[in-house]
Design a protein around this ligand. Structure first.
Ligand code: C2E
Ligand code: MG
Ligand code: MG
Ligand code: MG
Length: 277
């Protein structure tokens, strides 16, 4: 900020950082009202069984269509929601809507498992367990039809309490999976104590699977380890037939990716179920 000439006339020379900070504040304020303004919507990406080629579930992925900003990518607004604590009401909205949707699909005769992402902040919420229980009751979705995706860092932030919480969630019958596996600092010693049923191999490794020896080695090792620990394994971000081919050969259980379908709105998902289930 510098004085330019006289007469109380100021020009602002904001450094980049300051600009970024105020842009974030503005966006945070917009996000604060996103639920009541009906700007949030869930898209669904199929999870596909490699053995049968059928859709076995869906991952709910949040979309924000801001009146002021248009479509804001999750990579931008999820971190903001996380920092500001807005992820707690937003996450609850996501869970309720995803469970409602899955209950509707079950009524239509599609017994899918719906996967919902849980952020580190939600994971530290004292009443998370009660929230999940009451949403399942309200929506009538069986716990076995819900899967929660947590990242290694959310767990490792406080491993002892995370293991207790995950155990209670698991005891309800809800499935747990580790998202973006391989990108965090998960300790393999903890892995065997965690009541998770599935690992999701991060898409960065899948991307290099058919072109980089290192990525191929990592994917191979993760699948082998998952199998010996009796965990299911899902590959994220499958974009090509070659990648899928490689995953079939490695014995991967399930996959998600643009190769089969991008995340799509609920009505488009139902159409897809009708043709591909
Ligand atoms: P994630 O949970 O790992 O979700 C997978 C991301 O990969 C999604 O991005 C999805 O659209 C994208 N993806 C799927 N298949 C492909 C593919 O073949 N190629 C490529 N390049 N990308 C693919 P999206 O929807 O932008 O979400 C990004 C991240 O934002 C998610 O990563 C998750 O961490 C977070 N997120 C999204 N929705 C929610 C939510 O409701 N709650 C929380 N806490 N986090 C969410
Ligand atoms: Mg996920
Ligand atoms: Mg992921
Ligand atoms: Mg991710």
């Amino acid at each position: 900020q510098a004085k330019s000439g006289g007469g109380g006339n100021y020009a602002f020379y904001s450094p980049d950082m300051e600009k970024r900070t105020s842009a974030r504040l503005e966006m945070r304020n917009l996000l604060r009202h996103a639920i009541e303004r009906d700007e949030l919507v869930l898209h669904y990406q199929p999870k596909v069984s490699i053995e049968t080629g059928k859709i076995i579930g869906a991952e709910a992925l949040l979309r924000w269509n801001s009146q002021e900003r248009g479509a804001v990518p999750p990579a931008q607004f999820i971190p903001l929601a996380e920092e500001s604590g807005l992820i707690v009401p937003i996450g609850e909205w996501v869970l309720r809507n995803a469970c409602e949707q899955a209950a509707k699909w079950q009524e239509l005769g599609f017994p899918l498992v719906i996967a919902v992402n849980l952020s580190p902040r939600q994971f530290r919420q004292a009443d998370l367990l009660e929230r999940i229980t009451s949403i399942l009751e309200e929506t009538g979705l069986p716990p076995e039809s819900l899967e929660l995706e947590v990242t290694e860092s959310a767990i490792m932030d406080n491993a002892a309490s995370a293991i207790r919480l995950l155990t209670s969630i698991h005891d309800m019958g809800v499935h747990l999976s580790i998202d973006d596996f391989g990108t965090g600092y998960s300790s393999l010693a903890y892995l065997k104590q965690l009541p998770v049923s599935k690992l999701k191999i991060d898409q960065s490794f899948v991307k290099g699977l058919t072109i980089e020896a290192d990525d191929a080695a990592i994917v191979t090792a993760v699948i082998a380890m998952a199998k010996s620990l009796h965990l299911g394994v899902t590959a994220e971000g499958v974009e090509t037939a070659e990648q899928l081919d490689a995953l079939v050969k490695l014995g991967c259980d399930n996959y998600q990716g643009f190769w089969f379908s991008r995340p799509i709105p609920a009505d488009a998902f139902v159409d897809l179920l009708g043709t591909a289930h």
